[in-house]
Write a protein that binds this ligand. Sequence first.
Ligand code: NCD
Length: 311
Amino acid sequence: MSAEKTIRNVFDIVDLSVDEIDELIATAEDIIANPDKYAECCHRKKLATLFFEPSTRTRLSFEAAMMELGGNVIGFSSANSSSATKGESVTDTVRTVGCYADIIAMRHPKEGAPVAAAKRTVVPIINAGDGGHNHPTQTLADLLTIHREKGRLNNLTVGFCGDLKFGRTVHSLVNALCRSYGMNFVFISPDELKIPEYLKEGVLAKSGVPYLEADRIEGVIPSLDILYMTRVQRERFFNEADYIRLRDCYILDEEKLKFAKEDLSIMHPLPRVNEIAIEVDDDPRACYFKQVENGKYIRMALILKLLGVRV
Ligand code: NCD
């Protein structure tokens, strides 16, 4: 009888069940409370971070997560420093790295690249962002943040603002929150950057979460429990003139926040360009640097889960 090990990959947030996400949040909370308990859990294990696209938070939080679990890290931070420049396929690169590492986090500009890469690889692969498609581990960081801020993941009115067309963090978070009850969404964007039809016709229609579309923050901000701001995704535009025209379409400042709830949570996956004024950083409702920190803890929890490490 063959004792084949099942490999768990995370390409999409819905690759994790609601119960598994609850478990990851509980583990992350325990890591925050008892970091020493986890300090040697991944001794002699290696995480590879393969980043074919720029990153600060996602790559470094994955690496910091593995180090805090007592493991090691290998990888590259740009396609230019890998054999991709020699013409190697992503599948071959990832298959190669699977011979050296126990788990892989990869980011790639092509939608679906991690799925293709996983076909020939025998270690777990985590999608750390594929083009304008998905970004499941940012969503885990967002869910941990919402849970910590609000004490729940349901009965919330969430506003998503900015580039809802290309913003992969929005797509993954919408998918995740459509599984909660009592949700309402408000999609705030210019016409050109609206939430994609495939989400409207797919998960939004199926889940029945009520939503409205708006083109200004001002009119809708009083109703929100969470305001999830995003930057306009310059790298996904074909035309620089369109980017310049749209990049400053929303700037959240204290003036606009006067009309918001006192317990609004202001979120942003970062990097921020101009869409949140610096003055907002001192507002107690600003959560975006908490998201950054939570990103490390939830990735620690995910690494433990995918490696099957019991603590
Ligand atoms: C996001 C991404 O890469 O999609 N950043 C991140 O991972 N925290 C958001 C963005 O780049 O705008």
